[in-house]
Design a protein around this ligand. Sequence first.
Ligand code: B12
Length: 802
Amino acid sequence: MNILEKIYSSITYCDGGMGTLLQARGLRPGEMPERWGVARADDIVEIHARYLAAGCHVITTNTFGANLAKYSLDELKKIIPAGIRNVRRAMRDFSGDRYVAFDIGPTGKLLRPLGDLPFEEAVGIFAESVKIAAACDPDLILIETMNDSYEAKAAVIAAKENCDLPVFVTTVYDERGKLMTGADPAAMVAMLEGLGVDALGMNCSLGPDQMKDIVPQIVAEASVPVIVNPNAGLPRTEGGRTVFSVGASHFAETMVGIVKSGATIVGGCCGTTPDYMRRLVEETSRLPFNAPRKKSHTVVSSYTHAVRVGEAPVLIGERINPTGKKRFKQALRDGDIDYILGEGVAQQDAGAHILDVNVGLPEIDEPSMMEDVVRELQAVTDLPLQLDTVNGEAMERAMRAYNGKPMVNSVNGKPESMAVMFPLVKKYGGVLIALTIGEQGIPDTAEGRLAIAADIVAKAEAQGIARRDIIVDPLAMAVSSDPRSALVTLDSIRLIESTLGVHTSLGVSNISFGLPARDMVTATFFALALQNGLDCAIMNPFSGEMQKIVHAYRVLKDLDENCAGYIAFASSQAAPAQPAQAAAVPPPSAGVSQEGTSPLMHAIIKGLKEKAGSLAAAMVSERAPLEVVNAEIIPALDIVGQGFEAKTVFLPQLLMSAEAAKMAFEAVKSALASSGGGADKGKVILATVKGDIHDIGKNIVKVLLSNYGFQVLDLGKDVAPETICECALKHDIRLVGLSALMTTTVPAMEETIRLLRESGSRAKVVVGGAVLTQEYADMIHADKYCRDAMETVRYAEEVFSS
Ligand code: B12
């Protein structure tokens, strides 16, 4: 039977760790394990054979790092075929269901916006490996150890575009069930199933004990088989060697619970050996097989979380759309993305759950603008997006760039529309909004609209798009021009939902077009639509009337535990200073407390670069520049840092905030008073220590020292102790300033001080950075600890005047 038949018929066993076994056979630190496939093929074959003997079905090739980011194409052409050949050789002596999994690990580089690697380059890197592997005929592709959902998406696209092999994906969760870049299991399942993977789950980083609570979350969401390949517990270092905390018996016993909770493809990762797998097979092979169950819920996702449709009203913010908005049109013409991002952030604050993104203007390049806006929006908001365009190229570029499972707005009943949108949804995944517009326009009866919806659903299903991934929009026309319009739409919602079993969405604002005091009509219509079963509304989240309806509706429908959301909203209404913004619906899932923040702090917290820059520039004309730094920029970053620690803020947001803080500081820099009068008071070295890339604080210190007349030799960030030492000796430096922001990099600071002293340098060392305290500074024998930049200037004056 082939691998797809196998995973739907019985528990399937993957193999366990490879790296740790190679180390035991002499793999040196820093040596590339994949090269052993060619140079030490017999060792690799023997390890594979031991896993086969233990009862494993899926044997992973030793090609984890075999990609263009680490090897030349010529070398890949040797390593990858050798990797697949080695598994086949090992299998010769074994019968039964055995499969070769071509293994793909991460590139080792961070994708934009976290790092430098563009998404399409990542796709290209993986594509080369897939092409070489596909020619050697493995049984499946296993994309594993992915800790960034975006990189996982790049790898899946590369696999799907370059071969027809089944694709399995496992990602790395932390103990709280989040990827490094923030995704929870529901978000990962939504995106990966949307991309059409055949099995998914988790591996590495944790042991079975830490994974057992996360597995049910994946099983509850997934329609495909769930893979669980844990480490042999958590690693620790003993005498320079990595050892793992869990033995084979405990591993296998814990895996029993994991299989019972629904995982059907199981194996091991770092630290596990053939013995672990043998015990695993012994303990679990007689357990009943929990065949994966198809789920029927409708889900969209962002890079952090999923939004489920059908439980409570889903609010889709309509403000990123040029229709009828002069300012927005101008922003599009000027390429003023920051304005658009601001609209996104504000709607999230006002309680939107999803953001509609429409940037269509005839005079602009819509595909490029759509792609840019989608990429940038994802850096400032973690809400799922509804991609809103009829332009196929714009839709494809947006879907590719999107890090999750989007809403796709829209398809209609015309064949040409379906021909464009269905293949895109099939390839990239998404929930498709189906408008009830046919060849003859919009029918004026509910039955007519149902017929179009039924036709779209049937044709989509025939193309392999699940019914749950279609939401019907029965359309609302202005009641001022057609008095029966609202009634027909309300009937359509009921009829379509009860007949087709799909969810519905509606742009509700249109109904009141042409009437005065539109909000009143729109909000009442919205309430009626909700009562008739409407699931999603494309609406203006800043409308107070709409907010009132949503909050009251949630209370009346028992969707608001202890009426907490309603009470918060009502009290915000009572406080006149804060209109609709105060109580989101329900409170935004992610973010940080922003109470009492100024507009500049808000811009930094939200990562709005341009805005932070212009606000800071305006502020320095009224306030002392250093005060802007100390009372605005640093506290804003502190708030983001606290959110990061509490796991409500994730790396992409942290990064955007850092960028915004830098922009703000750039604006402040030129205004910082120079009291040095161009004097050369002496040379000072500044550096952020080895292993640490935080440099905002160090750069502030640099600007101040320079402005006070010191010549700063800035060695940058992540600087080795030797480099600092060499420079200090070469220039006979009298003062070295070291910065460290992480507890883990304080030892590098200590090492630098030690080396400076040993080298005979006469430099005094001043240390700083958020993590340092006077106590730490004493412990590592620094001459001085300075809390901020101004204190550093004073100390420098002291050193050079003595
Ligand atoms: C911005 C930021 C980032 C940005 C940095 C961008 C950049 N170019 O600097 C990015 C997104 C890249 C980042 C990455 C990471 N970060 Co970070 N980051 C922060 C954040 C939010 C703000 C830091 C900052 O710039 N503050 C503002 C500046 C002005 O303050 P400051 O540096 O303290 O500087 C002042 C004084 O300390 C002093 N000073 C500073 N340097 C010097 C030097 C001398 C000589 C002197 C005398 C004085 C002095 O004067 C300055 C001005 O008054 C902090 C949280 C926080 N509140 O500190 C986390 C934080 C430092 N990061 C953290 C972590 C964990 C990380 C990552 C490991 C995350 C990850 N999983 O990848 C990576 C680290 C990668 C690495 N190897 O370094 C943790 C560290 C935890 C710890 N205690 O060890 C923090 C504390 C967040 C948290 N609460 O968890 N981060």
